[in-house]
Design a protein around this ligand. Structure first.
Ligand SMILES: Cc1cc2nc3c(=O)[nH]c(=O)nc-3n(C[C@H](O)[C@H](O)[C@H](O)COP(=O)(O)OP(=O)(O)OC[C@H]3O[C@@H](n4cnc5c(N)ncnc54)[C@H](O)[C@@H]3O)c2cc1C
Length: 465
């Protein structure tokens, strides 16, 4: 009898934890993900601001799972999941493939939403991937480099003004880090300007930063950010972004155009397009953020062989956080194992257990909210440090991160400050290529030819048929 074949799409928290939870099951797993690594998104801001190197928060998935013999890992982008035929269509560097499944777990996550203003993306990169973090790092550090050679005071002021949009954990962490970088790390390194004059503005329409942490911690965060020198503009909507400036509208309707070179977008998420791909086929729905409205057992309505987990699922009020992805992945893995082995599942309805939220504001300053328990300051920062370290995949990466943190927190030095033109320009340059130019470049890499007309089958064990 052939083994039950589970295809997992994505190698984030949802995908990885689903695969791990199926380790002892009598299933064959194929994980297809468009990145070769498992990314620890909560520390992306440290890559963007030069504390950590990309590799420390994104170990190769192959390495993480190399001892788990029932998993095969394939690098590729899934374009379509044909739920009737039970086939996943995907491609890897222009090579088209299709893989059939008995059960599919879709853990493709969410991307950035610009709330209908997609042109903002050109000037204000989001922060979801390693590419995003490296692009932001290049934009942040190059602003200081350009300020060193600029003579016009207005231009210098523009280069030294950083606007972060979105006062959730990512925005707060970015704003705090850019100020610390300017004030402490870069102190005394430039000859023609004082980096500590850098202006960091954190803008959001909500009334308090970290509003989801409650009023007390929101106020504490605002005070701590202001002490660092961040201008907190809550109750403020960003209405336009271009290469030179950000336009903000306050609650009283007044508008201000702030000249600035470097902008960071940390507001809004949009479910991966694969969500809509699924719901369109079965007449189900996605929510306003493009996430799939799933059944109580996290299946796609009408299909008990298609599960959606993590950031791509919309279920009750489960937040888009790592625990949401981990718990949903484990729940689904248990259901699949139960089906395959003929036992009763532990639970048939998914229940999310809120283990709390935390965010750092600056060195030694964080906020933690676990039910009624609200912590801030150094204790919260230690809790944040410990829990984040614990969740980084792989002992080697945990150790490397610990060493980096120790050096960086003790000395204010940051060892991952290297920037390249590729980081800064790669995304926008790729967008400018037409299909022929793109194919020409692809064929020069591993002689990859366009295979749009043909599609090969990979059913079991990676064998093509
Ligand atoms: C900057 C940032 C900071 C965060 N901080 C925190 C925090 O402090 N605490 C917390 O709990 N949570 C935090 N989160 C949220 C947390 O990281 C997410 O909730 C979690 O990563 C969701 O896991 P996921 O597996 O659903 O999606 P992801 O981790 O996004 O993984 C999606 C996977 O799908 C793959 N993929 C996407 N499209 C395709 C495709 N078409 N074909 C193949 N593969 C595809 C991707 O390559 C990736 O491997 C943060 C998120 C961000 C962006």
């Amino acid at each position: 009898m052939t083994q039950h074949h589970v295809v997992i799409i994505g190698s984030g928290f949802g995908g990885l934890f689903a695969a791990k939870a199926l380790k002892k099951s009598n299933v064959k797993i194929t994980m297809i993900a468009e990145t070769s690594h498992h990314l620890f998104q909560p520390l992306l801001y440290q890559v963007a601001t030069g504390i950590l190197s990309a590799g420390e928060i994104s170990p190769a998935t192959r390495e993480v799972l190399h001892r788990q013999r029932n998993v095969e890992i394939l690098l590729g982008t899934v374009e379509d999941i044909d739920v009737e035929a039970k086939i996943v269509h995907w491609s890897s560097l222009n090579r088209k493939r299709q893989t059939s499944y008995d059960t599919v777990i879709v853990a493709a996550g969410a991307g950035q939403s610009y709330f209908g203003n997609d042109h903002f993306a050109t000037y204000a990169p989001g922060m979801k991937t390693i590419d995003d973090a490296l692009e932001l790092r290049a934009r942040i550090f190059s602003a200081f480099e350009l300020a060193e050679i600029e003579e016009d005071p207005a231009e210098i002021e523009k280069l030294l003004t950083f606007v972060v949009v979105g006062a959730g954990p990512t925005g707060v962490e970015m704003a705090g880090q850019i100020r610390e970088l300017a004030d402490k790390t870069l102190r005394g390194e430039y000859r023609n300007f004082d980096p500590s004059n850098a202006r960091v503005i954190l803008a959001d329409g909500v009334d308090l930063p970290l509003s989801q942490f409650g009023e007390k911690l929101g106020n504490r965060t605002k005070t701590a950010l202001e002490k660092l020198g961040v201008e907190v503009r809550t109750g403020t909507l960003v209405t336009e972004i271009d290469e030179h400036s950000v336009t903000m509208r306050a609650k009283d309707g007044s508008e201000e155009v702030v000249p600035c070179a470097c902008k960071v977008w940390a507001a809004g998420v949009q479910g991966n397009p694969l969500g809509k791909n699924l719901t369109d086929q079965v007449g189900a729905e996605v929510d306003r953020a493009g996430r799939v409205l799933v059944n109580d057992d996290l299946t796609l309505p009408g299909r008990d062989d298609v599960f959606v987990v993590g950031d791509l699922m919309s279920y009750k009020n489960v937040p888009g956080v790592a625990q949401g992805a981990i718990q949903s992945a484990r729940f689904v893995a248990d259901l699949i194992d139960a089906r395959v082995s003929g036992r009763e599942p532990k639970r048939t309805v998914f229940e999310y257990k809120d283990k709390g939220s935390m965010a750092t504001i600056s060195k030694f300053e964080a906020v933690v909210s676990i039910g009624k328990l609200k912590l801030s300051g150094f204790i919260a920062w230690m809790a944040w440090l410990f829990l984040h370290l614990l969740h980084i995949a792989g002992f080697k990466n945990q150790l490397a991160t610990l060493v980096r943190w120790f050096v960086s927190f003790m000395s204010n030095n940051r060892s991952a400050r290297n920037i390249t033109n590729q980081q800064m320009l790669g995304r926008l340059a790729l967008q400018k290529l037409d299909k022929d130019e793109f194919d020409e470049i692809m064929s020069s890499v591993h002689n990859v030819q366009d295979e749009t007309s043909e599609s090969k089958n990979i059913d079991e064990g990676g064998a093509e048929s």
